[in-house]
Structures are given as structure tokens and as C-alpha cells.
Design a protein. Structure first.
Length: 82
């Protein structure tokens, strides 16, 4: 997953260091646990907003048993039950 800001491109691994999930899982760990490979292009402006990759995120969340209601689009999952 590649995060695009106005001035640079950040790899997912670097982004994960800045944004953690509530239960201590990183997005990368959740993807690995679900055996999902995802490449989504996102734009960050104050908080995380999505570009056309939103459909890819929908399928990722569905694979993890999540919905968009579980994700606040600021890099954190809430109401997550594993």
C-alpha cells in the first residue's frame, strides 16, 4: 500500500509506524493474517481520505470481517472483534 501526501510518497510500513490500530495490530499484520495483498493509493490531507482505491479497501475489510463503520479513516479500527 502506498500513501501519497502532497509532497511525498510514503510506503505502508513507514505509515504504520505513525498510525497504530486500537488493539495493537498494524494494518500490515491484519493484511498478513487475512492473507490479503493490497495496493491502494490514498491521499492524506489532515486525516486519511480515500481515492479510487476505496473499493479495494471494501474488499479488504470484508475479508477481515469488518465494515466501513468499523474504520474511522484516520488510520484506526474501532469496534474490532477478533
Amino acid at each position: 500500500m502506498i500513501i501519497k501526501t502532497k509532497t511525498e510518497v510514503i510506503k505502508l510500513g513507514d505509515f504504520i509506524k505513525m498510525k497504530r490500530l486500537d488493539m495493537g495490530f498494524t494494518i500490515e499484520e491484519l493484511c498478513k493474517n487475512a492473507q490479503v495483498e493490497l495496493e491502494v493509493y490514498c491521499a492524506i490531507e489532515n486525516n486519511l481520505t480515500l481515492n479510487p482505491g476505496i473499493e479495494d479497501l471494501f474488499y479488504l475489510f470484508k475479508g477481515l470481517g469488518l465494515t466501513f463503520a468499523d474504520f474511522d479513516f484516520k488510520g484506526y479500527v474501532s469496534n474490532l472483534e477478533l
